[in-house]
Design a protein around this ligand. Structure first.
Ligand SMILES: [Zn+2]
Ligand SMILES: [Zn+2]
Length: 283
């Protein structure tokens, strides 16, 4: 059974295919369940000066972000309207930085159309997206300071909850390790990551296996096998698998490998969400 629980349409500023194109491809692939989870980076609902009190990062285009108040709710409404034609379709959102603008998160979470919410952190408070940072210009202490703050903010996100699964836990590694080839001693984050997993398991929130790293230089899933195993050890039961496709060609890419990883870590079920409730499917 092929399910993809993390994908974007061109309602997201960094994605290329329309909802129609994505759904047509999902039908062609025979997906049983398919969730559109366009971006809603909550902090972008703030003016740039408020977002970056320490100065607006170079290359940041505030005018491109102004549409964010419209495109996240517009995606949710458009996908919900398409569900009649595509019964496998689930209406989700990737809610980024939900602690950095709680009001925006609250407004989105109140939308009754939502089936599924991924909670992600793409940037530390007051910083640019990990995607934009140049780690080659930083010393290792600075990189660890950023990563430490990243996992602490994730832990706080998990304590506050409000979302269904935690998105791509090891997101910064895609750029630091994958793109810049910097090797990191991750053992110093073991305790905070274990606390994140315990908090999620207690709160009935899941994690995702995000297969996008397989298509990128990083070459690994987000998070990797050691963390999925630890999550299970901490009592985690809810696990979704998603390609994070930003175009129709990447839809469902790596899903069989993601399910294989789940099995390897001892999981017997994968989940999808409908009306914000987890449904489990044997793998
Ligand atoms: Zn993301
Ligand atoms: Zn995504």
């Amino acid at each position: 059974m092929l399910i993809d629980m993390h994908t974007h349409t061109d309602f997201s500023p960094d994605a290329k295919s329309s909802p129609e194109e994505m759904c047509a491809r999902a039908a062609e692939l025979g997906l049983e369940k398919y969730a559109v989870t366009d971006h809603c980076d909550c902090n972008y609902w703030l003016p740039a000066a408020e977002m970056f009190p320490g100065g607006i990062p170079e290359g940041f285009k505030d005018e491109e972000m102004l549409g964010v108040r419209e495109y996240a709710p517009a995606s949710i409404r458009a996908i919900a309207a398409l569900k009649e034609r595509y019964p496998f379709l689930l209406c989700g959102i990737e809610l980024g930085q939900l602690l950095q603008n709680a009001k925006a998160a609250e407004q989105i979470l109140a939308m009754p159309e939502l089936d599924f919410v991924i909670g992600s952190l793409h940037m530390n408070a007051g910083c640019a997206d990990f995607y934009w940072l140049d780690y080659r210009k930083m010393d290792i202490t600075e990189i660890h300071r950023l990563l430490g703050a990243y996992f602490e903010e994730i832990l706080e996100m998990c304590r506050q909850g409000g979302f269904d699964v935690l998105g791509h836990l090891t997101y910064p590694l895609r750029y630091i390790v994958g793109d810049c080839g910097i090797s990191l001693d991750m053992s110093r984050y073991f305790e905070v990551i274990r606390e994140i997993f315990r908090t999620l398991a207690e709160g009935g929130i899941g994690i995702e296996i995000n297969t996008s790293g397989l298509r990128q230089r990083y070459g690994k899933m987000l998070p990797g096998v050691e963390y999925v195993k630890l999550y299970r050890k901490c009592g985690g039961e809810i696990l979704t698998v998603g390609s994070d496709a930003h175009c129709a060609a990447d839809l469902a890419a790596g899903i069989p490998e993601g399910l294989e990883l789940a099995r390897e870590c001892g999981f017997k079920y994968t989940a999808y969400f409908e009306r914000r409730r987890a449904e489990f499917i044997k793998i």
